[in-house]
Design a protein. Structure first.
Length: 361
């Protein structure tokens, strides 16, 4: 190569390099967010999704997008996480939409409805059935959007000081329960109490409440409920699934480059998969340990389940008649729920029932 041609080529390469560096810097700005969780660090699976998302976002952006997670109470109380996102105190939060039903019951759709879909069905509704679009359209009025980010799977029915033999035993029962399950049970005589996860044990120990539900064996074991309320009931019909959303302030979301938005969505999807898998892995062993240590495993009586189901459908009909937001999503959700149950009865349920029965022989 002639010296003149070499110098020309080198000059062009140098100029290209000088242009590439600022362009890359512009494409990957430094962004720092704060994430508040509704869960204490002792619940390492539910709180862990916050650490997981923060770590993966940083890795996929070479450190350009940093999210700092905070446990419940470190920045705001656990049940105020969503409000903190809405008003811009923090950029995002891991919490349940159902904590917000006091403002509008429509918030429950982003978590789950009692006697609703299981985890796979609900995820299908959110991601492919149009559910997430409807949810985000509704919650935009609070200046937030949601990305599915974790799930407990089907939950248990909670811990009780005394056995539940019939619907009559629910009358006057002070039960820690969140979401629409508490509203339904109140129509059967229960006095629902909404208490953050880290404060439940103390309330149960003092007798401020008579019973408490939280999640499933893996989390419940850590919280120690079996030491003060020995009767452990199933199923947790109020949460056959529990979608944990990453709630994001709309202004903060809009300021993100599209590439960072895609990274955050990817990290949330990954955290969801790991969260469900971790619970499915940990719940069986935890349940056996609880029973071995004295927990008395009980099924809810059929009359309790039947009465609660009937009240759930009455309640949804009342909400739909009075609330346009609820009706719009419920009509869509209800039709999807029906189709999913029809498929479940054909393949999934018979298979699961048969194989579980064989394992019990």
């Amino acid at each position: 190569m002639k010296r003149r041609d070499f110098l020309s080529t080198a000059a062009l390469a140098s100029a290209a390099g000088a242009l590439a560096a600022p362009a890359l810097a512009q494409a990957r700005p430094n962004v720092t967010w704060r994430l508040t969780s509704s869960y204490p660090k002792s619940l390492e699976t539910l709180y862990g999704i916050s650490d997981h998302v923060a770590r993966r976002v940083a890795e996929m952006t070479d450190g350009g997008f940093q999210i700092q997670p905070f446990a419940a109470g470190e920045l705001v109380p656990p049940l105020q996480a969503l409000d903190a996102v809405s008003d811009g105190t923090v950029e995002c939060a891991h919490t349940l939409g159902s904590y917000n039903i006091g403002k509008d019951p429509t918030w429950a759709f982003d978590t789950s409805l009692p006697f609703g879909m299981n985890t796979r069905q609900n995820t299908a509704w959110l991601l492919y059935g149009g559910g997430l679009e409807l949810v985000n359209e509704f919650i935009a009025s609070a200046n937030v959007r949601s990305i599915p980010s974790g799930n407990t799977g089907a939950q248990m029915g909670g811990w009780y000081r005394k056995p539940i033999s019939s619907v009559a035993d629910l009358n006057g029962l002070k039960l820690r329960i969140a979401g629409l399950g508490g509203t339904i049970l109140s129509r059967l005589g229960v006095v629902p109490q909404q208490i953050g996860g880290g404060d439940i044990y103390a309330a149960l120990e003092r007798g401020t409440i008579d019973a408490a539900e939280f999640s499933g064996p893996y989390d419940d074991e850590k919280l120690g409920f079996q030491r003060v309320a020995p009767y452990y009931y199933y199923p947790g019909w109020w949460e056959g699934t529990a979608n944990v959303g990453l709630y994001i302030n709309l202004d903060a979301w809009g300021a993100l480059p599209a590439s960072y938005q895609a990274v955050l969505e990817t990290a949330c999807s990954e955290a969801m998969t790991h969260c469900v898998a971790k619970y499915d892995n940990g719940n069986p062993e935890a349940l056996m340990r609880l029973v071995s240590s004295g927990a008395q495993l009980q099924a809810f009586p059929d009359d309790v389940l039947a009465a609660a189901f009937a009240e759930s459908r009455k309640l949804y009909a009342e909400y739909a008649a009075a609330n346009d937001n609820f009706r719009k999503i419920y009509d869509h959700w209800s039709a999807y729920w029906t189709r999913q149950q029809q498929w479940l009865r054909v393949a999934e349920l018979p298979y699961d029932y048969f194989t579980s029965a064989q394992a019990g022989q």
